[in-house]
Design a protein around this ligand. Structure first.
Ligand SMILES: [Zn+2]
Length: 249
């Protein structure tokens, strides 16, 4: 694995690696990505994930809760790639992990909460759009399972929604700020399982790369920034990432 040796050599001296992750790191945990033939958008209408529709149509909310209940994503377990990120952190080589994923699998793999910046929210938390009350999504799913197909807030009666960013919604301001702050302080960036096509998220690794820092891309299939990569690895994350981390940590 020639590319892997080159990537290891570049990252070995670094102490503040920014790890940037997308859907591809979680496919081996059974969570579909978005754009592939087996991807989420092949089975679910992306229009259902616009905030305007969610607020307006009870049927959209019913479909959304059913999808969360049936997808199994909330019960998914981290894979070898998530564990490798946690290992890199434990080895003291990492500044933090900025993720586009909403599955919480980095934390489940042992990466401390303070090391994770979730740009698109987290499906394990549900928020009330009226009073702001937050609760575990599993508690809401239990109500859906018991027959409430569009559960509302038990405190104020307003609409409930998972704490994930829908199309048409702003990204959580604190998370964006924190992500770009990490990008300013990183001495290398390792992008795993992202096609780097979703903005503003993709600006985070780009910002590190533009400062001349090593930029390693690990992804199945091309990304929008392959031409800027110091090294590009075309491998499943669950295989390549543990090998890479072992080689540099
Ligand atoms: Zn409420």
């Amino acid at each position: 694995m020639e590319g892997l040796a080159a990537a290891a050599q570049l990252l070995r001296p670094c102490r503040h690696i920014l790890v940037f992750t997308g859907a591809g790191i979680s496919t081996e945990s059974g969570i579909p990505d978005f754009r592939g033939p087996q991807g989420m958008w092949a089975t679910v209408d992306p229009d259902d994930f616009t905030i305007a529709r969610y607020l307006r149509y009870p049927e959209t909310r019913r479909r959304s809760w059913r999808m969360r209940m049936n997808s199994g994503a909330l019960d998914a377990a981290p894979n070898a790639a998530h564990r490798a990120v946690a290992d890199l952190w434990a080895a003291g080589k990492m500044l933090g992990c900025v993720t586009q994923n909403i599955d919480g699998l980095h934390q489940k793999a042992g990466l401390p909460e303070e090391a994770v910046v979730e740009l698109h929210g987290n499906a394990h938390t549900t928020v009330c759009l009226g009073c702001g009350d937050r609760q575990p999504t599993v508690a809401v799913i239990r109500r859906v399972d018991a027959g409430e197909d569009d559960p509302s807030c038990l405190l104020c009666g307003a609409i409930l929604k998972t704490a994930v960013v829908y199309f048409g919604e702003m990204l959580p301001e604190g998370a964006v700020e924190e992500a770009f702050d990490l990008a300013d302080r990183a001495d290398a960036v390792l992008s795993v399982g992202s096609t780097l096509t979703v903005f503003p998220a993709a600006y985070v690794p780009l910002k590190v790369a533009r400062r001349g820092c090593p930029f390693v891309i690990l992804n199945m299939g091309p990304t929008d920034f392959d031409h800027l990569a110091s090294v590009r690895l075309e491998s499943p994350a669950g295989t390549a990432l543990p090998a890479l981390v072992t080689a540099i940590a």
